[in-house]
Design a protein around this ligand. Sequence first.
Ligand SMILES: *Cc1c(COP(=O)(O)O)cnc(C)c1O
Length: 386
Amino acid sequence: MAINKRNLSVEDKQRLDSLKNNLEQARDSFLGYPVSKDFDYSELTPFLQFPINNLGDPFEDGTWKVQTHAMEKEVVSFFAKLFRAQPKDFWGYVTNGGSESNLYGLYLAREIYPKGMVYYSESTHYSVRKNIHLLNIPSIVIRSQENGEIDYEDFENTLRMNRHKPAIVLTTFGTTMKEAKDDVSRIKTIMRNLAVQDHYIHCDAALSGTYGAFMEPRVPFDFKDGADSISISGHKFVGSPIPCGVIITKRGNRDRISKSISYIGSLDTTITGSRNGHSPLFLWYALKQLGVEGLKARYLHGLEVAEYCKAKLNEIGVEAWSNPGSLTVVIPSTPEQVKQKWQLATEGETSHIICMPNVTKEQIDEFVYDLETCEQPQEEDFEFEI
Ligand SMILES: *Cc1c(COP(=O)(O)O)cnc(C)c1O
């Protein structure tokens, strides 16, 4: 079958072995990124034999049949229901990640309001700035509060000055550094009070959307609260060997941009042409195993570990805190060796631990021990030569 294919040389096999070892080590010691690693998709291994490609709109029949559109639709429906979309007015697809989902939300918004202005807060994910640049939409940055949430007063004042333009608001449900959540209902009320009728809210829920429905107290973020589209990442809370995400929007929004393409016998409604057909299968499998109850249990477990982490750090005098209901524990930036070992994302003076469901109390203990016993870097003495 294989034409002109050789077996790997001994050296090349060794390279694969050492790559595997390195990946194992790196996987087992990170606390700083919101990625679950407790998945087991081995039952799906046979599907690596197929050139699966989900090109075209998952909700339309196409000519190409080596696809997993049926599972993709179920994944979209699962989240549409969780996010309280109108049962007859939702649509979406599995993307390459939260960034593409954000691009899609902003793309829809621009097609609906070509003269719109985008508002987003300082704490917004870096993908949003890039996407706004790609789409060439005018935008304004709104201040963030100390906890990372959008400053509603600054938003209101800025919107007032631009109220003649349609407003496209990019809210974040779980900011990257502090896992703060912008309140979609409050944003909506501000727009209503200023009589801004043409508006679109895209909620970037890449990090926290998957467990947003289980938070108590709830922070408004979903379709019923006023969102027009919502992004989530699939490889974060659920976990997947391939990065992926989901975009959920209203069907009516999609209908405004769809074009029929005879070559694929489907509608060209997605950003990329060929699309990963394995990741919808992974997500479908995980959601079948977990269900809503399983997702909730995962969230509550993560929350318990986050509370434990905060308490342990406070005990040794580290000022650790978290936004209510968050799995992210915010800490001051740590010495370099701790940062390297635990792969801690750091921005200025701030760093964080993200208690994804696979993080254990033992790992937290080890981390706290490392922090307690590491050598603090000496302040550099400046010598002035005059
Ligand atoms: C992770 C993240 C993204 C980007 O998602 P990717 O899946 O990495 O593309 C966007 N927004 C927020 C808030 C995120 O946490």
